[in-house]
Design a protein around this ligand. Structure first.
Ligand code: IMP
Length: 185
């Protein structure tokens, strides 16, 4: 393991992205977002809980005013597979009709949850809905929804850190990495 920090937990097998790599990429995405939304108000919508870190850092590296709101959804799935059937646990506080909405995500795997969420948001009459995600897995390519801003495309492995959890743990790691096999066994 080549992790330099104490916070790069020993449970990690491999660090995929260091704190610096994540911050640098978010800054690049922020410059694109600033350009694309010049002269328009933008409402960032974070999906709890995983997107908390991405939202905090992306929003702060944006050199422009934004509003932030949050949704919490639960996907009815068996274990680690999501089914695309979704229940809203916490809805937006904001009326998004006529608004430019940018959904901020940590990771897109199958994209089933997100497809449902985007359809739900579009039914509320926003001016636009786009997606920004830090990480994207290969299965997301089958998703019918376009993802406008992608931090990193990653292989099909289970990753933790920077908001992403395994059994609610590891969300507060500053890096993103794969878990060592001893954690599962
Ligand atoms: P999807 O509906 O299959 O795209 O599932 C997306 C959700 O599954 C994400 O928001 C995460 O909460 C979770 N997820 C998918 N892959 C991972 C992973 O590698 N680590 C941690 N959580 C993941």
């Amino acid at each position: 393991m080549d992790s330099q920090h104490v916070s790069d937990d020993l449970d990690l097998e491999q660090t995929l992205f260091t704190e610096k790599q994540i911050q640098d990429r978010l800054a690049e995405m922020a410059r694109e977002i600033e350009r694309d939304y010049a002269g328009r108000d933008v409402l960032l919508v974070g999906v709890l809980k995983g997107a908390v870190m991405v939202m905090a850092d992306l929003a702060r590296t944006l050199d422009r005013h934004v509003e932030m709101d949050w949704m919490a959804v639960s996907s009815y799935g068996s274990g680690t597979t999501s089914s695309g059937v979704v229940r809203i646990l916490k809805d937006l506080d904001t009326d998004i009709s006529g608004r430019d909405v940018l959904v901020v995500e940590d990771i897109i795997d199958t994209g089933l949850t997100l497809s449902w969420l985007i359809a739900n948001l579009k039914s509320r009459g926003p001016a636009s809905v786009e997606i920004a995600t830090l990480l994207r897995k290969p299965d997301a390519q089958q998703m019918e929804v376009d993802v406008k801003y992608v931090g990193f495309d990653i292989p099909n492995a289970f990753v933790v850190g920077y908001g992403l959890d395994y059994a609610e743990k590891y969300r507060n790691l500053r890096c993103v990495g794969t878990l060592a096999p001893h954690v599962y066994s």
